[in-house]
Design a protein around this ligand. Structure first.
Ligand SMILES: [Zn+2]
Length: 268
């Protein structure tokens, strides 16, 4: 699943492809992308792309004072950009034809569409976006707000990290990496953590996400994602491999249908 670092680098790499481009055509090939409410994507026709913003793991395409196109690329969905001369595949859910003979497509492989696209007047009025907490890689991720979300919570710390209202954009992979960087075990309950541990966790959130962004920029160059890039992670997906700090095998546990990896020696 794309997480904040993935979506941020996708945003950076998409922007030069879209700047000043005009939408010439809109075709919805999989209506389930717009399943959440009745919407009219054809409103985008004729509009020129403006800014491309990110809120958590949502991409927000703006068109001057026009409507916003909001995308949530859930598991197994991604964006393709290339020549309109390539026929869309069966997995193409949405096509935007641009005025430079390229197309922007949302690809949704698999029978179950979990990605979602909205055309709205304001992204801030869209419920899942409105409910997001402060962005953890911007200067507006205040310690006090994080503390107020954390204090006394009887929740597993990994569940807390993947709450969009607390830390938008973090999923299983980066939650594991944040906990490794903060030396906190994923099976700890938040209300048992000392203030020094909460401090370490708070510091590890932006540090880990910014590290992920840097690593992804290096690996992608200016390209778009064709698959998940997770090879540089230190614990997630590395069950059984030696810890990069202490050499102890990385543990793997499964709870609530989520895979979690951590180092039992470095994290407590
Ligand atoms: Zn270790």
């Amino acid at each position: 699943m794309l997480e904040l670092p993935d979506v941020e680098v996708l945003r950076e790499n998409l922007l030069p492809r879209l700047t000043e481009r005009r939408v010439q055509g809109v075709e919805v090939l999989n209506g389930e992308l717009f399943r959440l409410s009745p919407q009219d994507p054809s409103k985008l026709q004729g509009l020129r792309f403006g800014q491309l913003c990110r809120r958590g793991r949502y991409l927000v395409f703006t068109f001057g004072r026009g409507p916003r196109l909001v995308m949530h690329l859930a598991p197994w969905a991604w964006i393709w950009h290339g020549s309109a001369s390539y026929s869309p595949t069966r997995t193409t859910g949405l096509r935007l034809t641009l005025d430079d003979r390229n197309e922007l497509r949302v690809i949704v492989p698999g029978p179950q569409v979990r990605a979602a696209v909205w055309v709205v007047e304001s992204a801030g009025k869209l419920e899942p976006v409105r409910e997001l907490g402060p962005d953890p890689v911007s200067s507006g991720f205040p310690r006090a707000t994080f503390y107020s979300r954390v204090t006394g919570r009887r929740r597993l710390v990994k569940d807390l990290l993947t709450e969009p209202r607390t830390v938008p954009g973090v999923g299983d992979a980066y939650a594991d990496e944040i906990l490794f960087a903060g030396r906190i075990s994923p099976i700890r309950y938040v209300h048992t953590m000392t203030s020094e541990e909460v401090d370490r966790l708070y510091e590890a959130i932006p540090a880990t996400l910014l590290w992920g962004i840097t690593e992804l920029r290096t690996r992608l160059g200016g390209a778009l994602f064709e698959k998940e890039i997770r090879d540089f992670l230190r614990v997630h997906g590395r069950g059984g491999a030696p810890c990069t700090v202490c050499g102890h095998p990385i543990a793997e546990i499964q709870f609530d249908e989520r895979k979690t990896n951590y180092c039992p020696r470095c994290q407590s």
